[in-house]
Unconditional design. Sequence first.
Length: 98
Amino acid sequence: MNKIVREHYPVANLPEDLREGLERDATVRVVIESHTVTDAEDIERDSVFKDFGMPVRKPLTIEETLEMIRRIRAEDRPSVSMEEAVARIRELRDEWDY
């Protein structure tokens, strides 16, 4: 996070929407704080998870994601055909029809 502070900044130099209600020859103290999008998202996500008593987990980095993909591929799991996958799904779905 970056922060810029300007003391005695002329109101005349402010954008029009910030000058509302201020005298044109007055001076003000201006504080600008920048937050990255991830900072704001982290703050919002953390507060929601804490409200429900859930642990806060950070998103995986690209490197972590690629490493997980490599590990899964290294396990050499047998793939299934489209027909076999559809048959399995239909079998599971049909269990609920009774």
